[in-house]
Design a binder for this molecule. Sequence first.
Ligand SMILES: Nc1ncnc2c1ncn2[C@@H]1O[C@H](COP(=O)(O)OP(=O)(O)OP(=O)(O)O)[C@@H](O)[C@H]1O
Length: 333
Amino acid sequence: MLEPTNPDALLEVRGLRVEYATPSGPVPAVAGVDLTLAPGEFLGVVGESGCGKSTMLFGIAQLLNPPASVTGGEVWFKGQNLVALTSKSLNALRWRDFSVVMQSAMNALNPVHTIGHQFKDAIRAHAKWSDTEIRVRSAEVLGLVGIDPVHLKSYPHQLSGGMRQRAMIAMALLFTPDLIVMDEPTSALDVVAQRSLMAQIKELQRQLGFAVIFVTHDMSLVSHFSDRLMVMYAGQVVELGTTRGVFDAPAHPYSKGLLDAFPSIRGEKKRLTGIPGAPPNLAKPPTGCRFHPRCPVAMDRCRTDEPELYQAGSAQARCLLHDPAFVKVEIES
Ligand SMILES: Nc1ncnc2c1ncn2[C@@H]1O[C@H](COP(=O)(O)OP(=O)(O)OP(=O)(O)O)[C@@H](O)[C@H]1O
Protein backbone atom coordinates (compact mmCIF):
# COMPACT_ATOMS: atom_id res chain seq x y z
CA MET A 1 0.00 0.00 0.00
CA LEU A 2 1.24 3.45 -0.76
CA GLU A 3 -0.24 5.51 2.03
CA PRO A 4 -1.13 5.23 5.70
CA THR A 5 -4.62 3.86 6.36
CA ASN A 6 -5.16 5.96 9.47
CA PRO A 7 -4.46 9.64 8.74
CA ASP A 8 -4.95 10.56 12.44
CA ALA A 9 -2.22 8.19 13.63
CA LEU A 10 1.21 9.56 14.45
CA LEU A 11 2.83 6.24 13.61
CA GLU A 12 1.50 3.30 11.68
CA VAL A 13 3.65 0.19 11.38
CA ARG A 14 2.39 -2.44 8.96
CA GLY A 15 3.79 -5.93 8.54
CA LEU A 16 7.27 -4.95 9.74
CA ARG A 17 9.82 -7.72 9.25
CA VAL A 18 13.46 -7.59 10.31
CA GLU A 19 16.05 -10.27 9.66
CA TYR A 20 19.62 -10.85 10.81
CA ALA A 21 21.75 -12.33 8.04
CA THR A 22 23.86 -15.11 9.58
CA PRO A 23 26.19 -17.73 8.01
CA SER A 24 23.55 -20.38 8.66
CA GLY A 25 20.76 -18.36 7.04
CA PRO A 26 18.46 -15.44 7.90
CA VAL A 27 17.10 -15.10 11.43
CA PRO A 28 13.67 -13.42 11.36
CA ALA A 29 13.80 -11.49 14.65
CA VAL A 30 10.69 -9.40 13.91
CA ALA A 31 8.07 -11.45 12.09
CA GLY A 32 5.35 -9.09 10.86
CA VAL A 33 4.49 -6.44 13.44
CA ASP A 34 1.47 -4.13 13.07
CA LEU A 35 1.06 -1.14 15.32
CA THR A 36 -0.77 2.18 15.36
CA LEU A 37 0.23 4.96 17.74
CA ALA A 38 -1.86 8.06 18.39
CA PRO A 39 -0.25 11.46 19.00
CA GLY A 40 0.73 11.79 22.67
CA GLU A 41 0.19 8.10 23.44
CA PHE A 42 2.47 6.11 25.76
CA LEU A 43 2.95 2.52 24.57
CA GLY A 44 4.85 0.01 26.68
CA VAL A 45 6.50 -2.91 24.87
CA VAL A 46 7.28 -5.89 27.08
CA GLY A 47 8.60 -9.41 26.66
CA GLU A 48 11.51 -11.56 27.78
CA SER A 49 15.05 -10.95 26.60
CA GLY A 50 15.57 -11.97 22.99
CA CYS A 51 11.94 -11.70 21.86
CA GLY A 52 12.73 -8.91 19.39
CA LYS A 53 11.74 -5.73 21.24
CA SER A 54 14.91 -3.74 20.55
CA THR A 55 15.14 -5.04 17.00
CA MET A 56 11.58 -3.86 16.36
CA LEU A 57 12.34 -0.45 17.87
CA PHE A 58 15.45 -0.02 15.77
CA GLY A 59 13.49 -1.23 12.73
CA ILE A 60 10.88 1.46 13.35
CA ALA A 61 13.54 4.17 13.85
CA GLN A 62 15.53 2.93 10.82
CA LEU A 63 18.63 2.57 12.96
CA LEU A 64 19.46 -1.03 12.14
CA ASN A 65 22.97 -1.91 11.11
CA PRO A 66 24.13 -5.01 9.22
CA PRO A 67 23.65 -7.91 9.68
CA ALA A 68 20.14 -6.67 10.55
CA SER A 69 17.85 -5.17 7.92
CA VAL A 70 14.17 -4.47 7.31
CA THR A 71 12.98 -7.14 4.88
CA GLY A 72 9.33 -6.17 4.68
CA GLY A 73 6.61 -3.81 5.80
CA GLU A 74 6.04 -0.10 6.12
CA VAL A 75 6.59 2.45 8.89
CA TRP A 76 4.36 5.46 8.33
CA PHE A 77 5.32 8.44 10.48
CA LYS A 78 3.61 11.79 9.97
CA GLY A 79 2.61 10.78 6.46
CA GLN A 80 5.97 9.40 5.27
CA ASN A 81 7.07 5.78 4.96
CA LEU A 82 10.38 5.76 6.85
CA VAL A 83 11.41 2.45 5.24
CA ALA A 84 11.46 4.11 1.81
CA LEU A 85 13.24 7.35 2.82
CA THR A 86 16.82 8.19 1.91
CA SER A 87 19.26 8.59 4.79
CA LYS A 88 19.30 12.36 4.14
CA SER A 89 15.52 12.60 4.56
CA LEU A 90 15.70 10.38 7.65
CA ASN A 91 18.38 12.59 9.18
CA ALA A 92 16.14 15.59 8.69
CA LEU A 93 13.43 13.86 10.78
CA ARG A 94 15.69 12.50 13.53
CA TRP A 95 15.90 14.62 16.69
CA ARG A 96 13.43 17.14 15.24
CA ASP A 97 10.43 14.85 14.73
CA PHE A 98 11.44 11.68 16.55
CA SER A 99 14.33 10.81 18.80
CA VAL A 100 15.69 7.66 20.36
CA VAL A 101 16.94 7.09 23.91
CA MET A 102 19.16 4.05 24.14
CA GLN A 103 19.62 1.46 26.87
CA SER A 104 22.95 2.83 28.06
CA ALA A 105 23.73 6.54 28.01
CA MET A 106 27.37 5.66 28.71
CA ASN A 107 27.52 4.06 25.27
CA ALA A 108 25.40 6.69 23.54
CA LEU A 109 27.26 9.72 24.94
CA ASN A 110 30.73 10.56 23.74
CA PRO A 111 33.09 10.26 26.76
CA VAL A 112 35.56 12.89 25.51
CA HIS A 113 33.06 15.73 25.05
CA THR A 114 31.07 17.68 27.63
CA ILE A 115 27.29 17.32 27.74
CA GLY A 116 26.98 20.90 26.41
CA HIS A 117 29.28 20.11 23.48
CA GLN A 118 27.15 17.09 22.55
CA PHE A 119 23.93 19.07 22.76
CA LYS A 120 25.50 21.72 20.55
CA ASP A 121 26.51 19.12 17.93
CA ALA A 122 22.99 17.69 17.84
CA ILE A 123 21.46 21.15 17.43
CA ARG A 124 23.98 22.29 14.79
CA ALA A 125 23.20 19.21 12.68
CA HIS A 126 19.59 20.33 12.41
CA ALA A 127 19.26 24.06 12.96
CA LYS A 128 21.10 27.29 12.38
CA TRP A 129 20.94 28.66 15.90
CA SER A 130 23.27 31.23 17.43
CA ASP A 131 25.59 30.19 20.28
CA THR A 132 23.33 32.02 22.72
CA GLU A 133 20.20 30.26 21.46
CA ILE A 134 21.98 26.91 21.75
CA ARG A 135 23.12 27.68 25.31
CA VAL A 136 19.66 28.80 26.40
CA ARG A 137 17.89 25.77 24.91
CA SER A 138 20.49 23.33 26.27
CA ALA A 139 20.13 24.76 29.78
CA GLU A 140 16.35 24.68 29.40
CA VAL A 141 16.12 20.97 28.49
CA LEU A 142 18.60 20.02 31.20
CA GLY A 143 16.40 21.93 33.66
CA LEU A 144 13.36 20.01 32.38
CA VAL A 145 14.90 16.73 33.50
CA GLY A 146 15.96 18.15 36.86
CA ILE A 147 19.69 18.62 36.21
CA ASP A 148 21.44 21.86 37.12
CA PRO A 149 22.58 23.53 33.86
CA VAL A 150 26.12 23.84 35.34
CA HIS A 151 26.44 20.22 34.19
CA LEU A 152 26.54 21.36 30.57
CA LYS A 153 30.24 21.69 31.38
CA SER A 154 30.45 18.15 32.81
CA TYR A 155 31.79 15.08 31.05
CA PRO A 156 29.58 11.97 31.02
CA HIS A 157 31.78 10.16 33.59
CA GLN A 158 31.24 13.02 36.05
CA LEU A 159 27.49 12.29 36.20
CA SER A 160 25.76 9.44 38.01
CA GLY A 161 24.06 6.72 35.94
CA GLY A 162 20.64 8.29 36.57
CA MET A 163 21.87 11.74 35.59
CA ARG A 164 23.40 10.39 32.37
CA GLN A 165 20.10 8.78 31.39
CA ARG A 166 18.35 12.07 32.23
CA ALA A 167 20.88 13.97 30.09
CA MET A 168 20.08 11.61 27.18
CA ILE A 169 16.39 12.31 27.63
CA ALA A 170 17.14 16.05 27.73
CA MET A 171 19.04 15.69 24.45
CA ALA A 172 16.07 13.84 22.94
CA LEU A 173 13.90 16.82 23.92
CA LEU A 174 16.05 19.52 22.30
CA PHE A 175 13.56 20.01 19.44
CA THR A 176 10.46 18.76 21.31
CA PRO A 177 9.82 15.86 18.92
CA ASP A 178 6.43 14.21 18.40
CA LEU A 179 7.77 10.75 19.23
CA ILE A 180 10.50 9.45 21.52
CA VAL A 181 11.37 5.78 21.36
CA MET A 182 13.09 4.46 24.45
CA ASP A 183 14.95 1.18 24.67
CA GLU A 184 15.12 0.18 28.34
CA PRO A 185 16.39 3.63 29.38
CA THR A 186 16.15 2.73 33.05
CA SER A 187 17.63 -0.77 32.99
CA ALA A 188 21.06 0.25 34.32
CA LEU A 189 19.54 2.07 37.31
CA ASP A 190 18.58 0.88 40.78
CA VAL A 191 14.87 0.40 41.45
CA VAL A 192 14.39 3.78 43.19
CA ALA A 193 16.13 5.69 40.38
CA GLN A 194 14.11 3.67 37.82
CA ARG A 195 10.78 4.69 39.32
CA SER A 196 11.75 8.33 39.66
CA LEU A 197 12.99 8.50 36.04
CA MET A 198 9.78 6.84 34.84
CA ALA A 199 7.68 9.39 36.76
CA GLN A 200 9.72 12.19 35.25
CA ILE A 201 9.34 10.86 31.69
CA LYS A 202 5.58 10.66 32.25
CA GLU A 203 5.43 14.21 33.61
CA LEU A 204 7.42 15.55 30.65
CA GLN A 205 5.14 13.70 28.29
CA ARG A 206 2.11 15.34 29.95
CA GLN A 207 3.72 18.77 29.71
CA LEU A 208 5.07 18.52 26.17
CA GLY A 209 2.64 16.08 24.53
CA PHE A 210 5.08 13.75 22.74
CA ALA A 211 4.24 10.09 22.17
CA VAL A 212 6.44 7.38 23.67
CA ILE A 213 7.27 3.79 22.75
CA PHE A 214 8.94 2.37 25.83
CA VAL A 215 10.65 -1.02 25.66
CA THR A 216 11.33 -2.95 28.84
CA HIS A 217 11.32 -6.53 30.06
CA ASP A 218 9.82 -5.39 33.38
CA MET A 219 6.04 -5.51 33.17
CA SER A 220 5.57 -3.78 36.54
CA LEU A 221 7.76 -0.83 35.50
CA VAL A 222 5.37 0.33 32.79
CA SER A 223 2.19 -0.62 34.63
CA HIS A 224 1.54 2.86 36.02
CA PHE A 225 2.81 4.84 33.06
CA SER A 226 1.75 3.38 29.72
CA ASP A 227 -1.67 3.83 28.12
CA ARG A 228 -1.38 0.64 26.11
CA LEU A 229 0.79 -2.43 26.38
CA MET A 230 2.26 -4.53 23.59
CA VAL A 231 3.47 -7.97 24.62
CA MET A 232 6.03 -9.55 22.29
CA TYR A 233 7.06 -13.17 22.07
CA ALA A 234 9.44 -14.76 19.56
CA GLY A 235 9.35 -11.81 17.14
CA GLN A 236 5.56 -11.43 17.14
CA VAL A 237 3.00 -9.32 18.95
CA VAL A 238 1.07 -11.75 21.14
CA GLU A 239 -1.12 -9.24 22.95
CA LEU A 240 -2.01 -5.59 22.48
CA GLY A 241 -4.45 -3.80 24.72
CA THR A 242 -4.90 -1.10 27.31
CA THR A 243 -2.40 -1.47 30.12
CA ARG A 244 -5.17 -1.70 32.71
CA GLY A 245 -7.00 -4.32 30.64
CA VAL A 246 -3.91 -6.50 30.17
CA PHE A 247 -3.06 -6.29 33.88
CA ASP A 248 -6.60 -7.00 35.03
CA ALA A 249 -7.34 -9.82 32.59
CA PRO A 250 -4.42 -10.91 30.39
CA ALA A 251 -5.81 -12.55 27.27
CA HIS A 252 -2.66 -14.46 26.27
CA PRO A 253 -1.15 -17.17 28.50
CA TYR A 254 2.30 -15.61 27.90
CA SER A 255 1.11 -12.21 29.23
CA LYS A 256 -0.31 -13.99 32.25
CA GLY A 257 3.02 -15.79 32.76
CA LEU A 258 4.91 -12.49 32.58
CA LEU A 259 2.56 -10.90 35.09
CA ASP A 260 2.94 -13.82 37.47
CA ALA A 261 6.73 -13.50 37.22
CA PHE A 262 6.89 -9.95 38.64
CA PRO A 263 5.98 -8.80 42.13
CA SER A 264 3.28 -6.15 42.26
CA ILE A 265 4.53 -2.93 43.86
CA ARG A 266 1.48 -2.21 45.95
CA GLY A 267 -0.80 -5.19 45.40
CA GLU A 268 -1.21 -8.17 47.68
CA LYS A 269 1.68 -10.58 48.17
CA LYS A 270 1.54 -13.66 45.96
CA ARG A 271 3.82 -16.52 45.02
CA LEU A 272 5.86 -15.70 41.90
CA THR A 273 5.75 -18.49 39.37
CA GLY A 274 7.60 -17.42 36.23
CA ILE A 275 7.41 -19.21 32.89
CA PRO A 276 9.14 -22.57 32.52
CA GLY A 277 11.65 -22.94 29.65
CA ALA A 278 13.13 -20.21 27.49
CA PRO A 279 12.10 -18.31 24.34
CA PRO A 280 12.77 -20.29 21.15
CA ASN A 281 15.63 -19.99 18.71
CA LEU A 282 14.19 -17.56 16.17
CA ALA A 283 16.05 -19.25 13.32
CA LYS A 284 13.75 -22.24 13.88
CA PRO A 285 10.63 -21.20 15.80
CA PRO A 286 8.16 -23.90 16.92
CA THR A 287 5.38 -24.84 14.50
CA GLY A 288 1.85 -23.65 15.18
CA CYS A 289 1.74 -21.22 18.07
CA ARG A 290 5.31 -20.19 18.92
CA PHE A 291 4.49 -20.26 22.63
CA HIS A 292 2.92 -23.73 22.68
CA PRO A 293 5.98 -25.63 24.10
CA ARG A 294 5.85 -23.42 27.22
CA CYS A 295 2.12 -22.85 27.41
CA PRO A 296 0.26 -24.31 30.41
CA VAL A 297 -3.04 -24.43 28.50
CA ALA A 298 -1.80 -25.62 25.08
CA MET A 299 -4.22 -27.74 23.04
CA ASP A 300 -3.41 -30.20 20.25
CA ARG A 301 -4.12 -27.71 17.49
CA CYS A 302 -1.66 -25.21 19.03
CA ARG A 303 1.15 -27.46 17.71
CA THR A 304 -0.02 -27.12 14.12
CA ASP A 305 -2.23 -24.04 13.64
CA GLU A 306 -0.60 -20.63 13.51
CA PRO A 307 -2.74 -18.16 15.48
CA GLU A 308 -3.55 -14.71 14.19
CA LEU A 309 -4.20 -11.69 16.38
CA TYR A 310 -7.83 -12.23 17.44
CA GLN A 311 -10.10 -9.82 19.25
CA ALA A 312 -10.16 -10.77 22.93
CA GLY A 313 -12.43 -8.39 24.81
CA SER A 314 -10.99 -4.92 24.28
CA ALA A 315 -7.54 -6.37 23.53
CA GLN A 316 -6.08 -8.42 20.70
CA ALA A 317 -4.36 -11.72 21.42
CA ARG A 318 -2.45 -14.20 19.23
CA CYS A 319 -3.92 -17.27 20.93
CA LEU A 320 -6.18 -19.96 19.47
CA LEU A 321 -8.34 -19.78 22.59
CA HIS A 322 -9.64 -16.54 21.13
CA ASP A 323 -10.08 -17.85 17.57
CA PRO A 324 -13.76 -17.10 16.85
CA ALA A 325 -14.09 -20.52 15.15
CA PHE A 326 -12.81 -22.28 18.28
CA VAL A 327 -14.96 -20.19 20.62
CA LYS A 328 -18.02 -21.10 18.48
CA VAL A 329 -17.27 -24.84 18.67
CA GLU A 330 -16.81 -24.56 22.46
CA ILE A 331 -20.18 -22.87 22.89
CA GLU A 332 -21.97 -25.43 20.67
CA SER A 333 -20.49 -28.51 22.34
N1 LIG B 1 23.70 -10.26 15.40
C1 LIG B 1 22.70 -11.13 15.44
N2 LIG B 1 22.73 -12.23 14.65
C2 LIG B 1 21.70 -13.11 14.66
N3 LIG B 1 20.60 -12.99 15.40
C3 LIG B 1 20.53 -11.94 16.21
C4 LIG B 1 21.57 -10.95 16.28
N4 LIG B 1 21.20 -10.03 17.19
C5 LIG B 1 19.99 -10.43 17.66
N5 LIG B 1 19.59 -11.56 17.07
C6 LIG B 1 18.33 -12.28 17.26
O1 LIG B 1 17.30 -11.33 17.44
C7 LIG B 1 16.50 -11.71 18.54
C8 LIG B 1 15.90 -10.46 19.13
O2 LIG B 1 16.91 -9.70 19.78
P1 LIG B 1 16.53 -8.33 20.50
O3 LIG B 1 17.78 -7.76 21.07
O4 LIG B 1 15.74 -7.48 19.59
O5 LIG B 1 15.58 -8.83 21.67
P2 LIG B 1 15.05 -8.02 22.93
O6 LIG B 1 13.68 -8.53 23.16
O7 LIG B 1 15.19 -6.57 22.71
O8 LIG B 1 16.02 -8.51 24.07
P3 LIG B 1 16.65 -7.66 25.30
O9 LIG B 1 15.50 -7.43 26.24
O10 LIG B 1 17.67 -8.59 25.84
O11 LIG B 1 17.23 -6.39 24.74
C9 LIG B 1 17.40 -12.53 19.46
O12 LIG B 1 16.70 -13.54 20.09
C10 LIG B 1 18.37 -13.15 18.48
O13 LIG B 1 17.89 -14.43 18.11
